[in-house]
Design a protein around this ligand. Structure first.
Ligand code: GDP
Length: 360
């Protein structure tokens, strides 16, 4: 499954955030037969289109797309030395598709900071240094083999050059992800190495009211982690929000000057960072969003519903959400010529409302 791994120093609020993520467990409610791993938290991807779609089709229920987070405990300063990052840690983080790094910004004399003071830049560097050192070890181990393979013409010289370029970035103290554009890194050649810092990063700043209400302070923190995405939330507030009814939660957010909960933000930004998009299906039973990758074709999209749909794919009846809503009904959209018949080569667009035709 597509999961985002949560990392961070001790005492930055990871467990608090993670509890909010698991309390909010939507899987259990929406997908009663899904197995839920104890270290996985799932959030709904907020999607206003589903409500409107449900109105058009008279759908009995709404099933949004979800984003999963996995708790990756166990990173501290010096973790990559000696025994190296723990095996379990490495296995967990390698499986994650993206990394959300929680950084403490809140000040609280009752909560000890492992390095003695609240310093977002230093925290970020501590974590990234460990990941960078782990990647450097991976590269150093791989290089002799790669050099030999290039000599024997079993591999392209360009692959060796790409790995060496990555090594330079890491030696400079930068992550691969933050240097992809600036250093023109060839990710394709690096795939095989499964480098930790080549994964997309999201920075989650755990802040207090003062920062939640300060665009200036947020801009400074954003600057610190650019070009990676940043979100700002108060983990304690998030933990409280999931205990409330929808109505109460909205009021509490308003009181804190927020339009959207941190968990919703995290789901949205995570979804985007993972390069995902959704398409929609609707009928009297349910209006539902399905997760696909940007660039997926119609048969691939059908495969997300059922592998048989992909195998037996014939065609897709597609109307864009905006066109459907403007028309007001499926029949009216058809009458206006807004419903297209698409074949195997069709590349899906975000917000396509689809019905698949297939052989079984
Ligand atoms: P972890 O070690 O990163 O998992 O951190 P925890 O989630 O266990 O949090 C460490 C301590 O900080 C706990 O006592 C939390 O209640 C507290 N804490 C977490 N988030 C916040 C926050 O946003 N504000 C304040 N004041 N305290 C927080």
């Amino acid at each position: 499954a597509l999961t985002i791994g949560i990392v961070g120093l001790p005492n930055v609020g990871k467990s608090t955030l993670f509890n909010a993520l698991t309390r909010n467990n939507v899987l259990a409610a929406n997908y009663p037969f899904a197995t839920i791993e104890p270290n996985v938290g799932v959030v709904n991807l907020p999607d206003e289109r589903l409500g409107k779609l449900a109105e058009v089709f008279g759908s009995a229920r709404i099933l949004p797309a979800t984003v999963s987070f996995v708790d990756i405990a166990g990173i501290v300063k010096g973790a990559s030395e000696g025994e190296g990052l723990g095996n379990q840690f490495l296995a967990n983080i390698r499986e994650a598709e993206a990394i959300a790094q929680v950084i403490r910004v809140f000040d609280d004399p009752d909560v000890v900071h492992v390095d003695g003071k609240v310093d977002p830049r230093s925290d970020m560097e501590t974590i990234n240094t460990e990941l960078i050192l782990a990647d450097l070890q991976t590269i150093e181990k791989a290089l002799p083999r790669l050099e030999k393979a290039v000599k024997l013409k079993q591999k392209e010289a360009a692959e060796l050059a790409a790995v060496q370029a990555a090594q330079q970035v890491l030696e400079r103290g930068d992550t691969i992800f933050s240097s992809i554009t600036s250093d023109k890194l060839e990710l394709g050649y690096l795939k095989e190495l499964s480098l930790l810092t080549a994964k997309p990063f999201i920075y989650v700043f755990n802040v207090d009211d003062a920062v939640l209400g300060s665009p200036e302070r947020q801009a400074e923190l954003r600057e610190l982690v650019a070009p990676a995405d940043a979100i700002f939330l108060d983990a304690k507030l998030e933990a409280d929000l999931v205990e409330l009814s929808e109505e109460e939660a909205r009021e509490m957010l308003e009181m804190n000057g927020q339009e959207e909960s941190g968990l919703d933000q995290l789901a949205r930004v995570g979804f985007h960072t993972l390069g995902l998009q959704t398409y929609l299906t609707a009928g009297p039973k349910e209006a539902r969003a399905w997760t696909i990758r940007q660039g997926d074709t119609a048969p691939q999209a059908a495969g997300v519903i059922h592998t048989d749909f992909q195998r037996g794919f014939i065609k897709a009846e597609v109307v864009h959400f905006a066109d459907l809503i403007e028309a007001g009904s499926m029949a009216e959209a058809k009458a206006k010529g807004k419903v297209r018949i698409e074949g195997k080569e069709y590349v899906m667009a975000d917000g396509d409302v689809v019905e698949f035709r297939f052989n079984v």
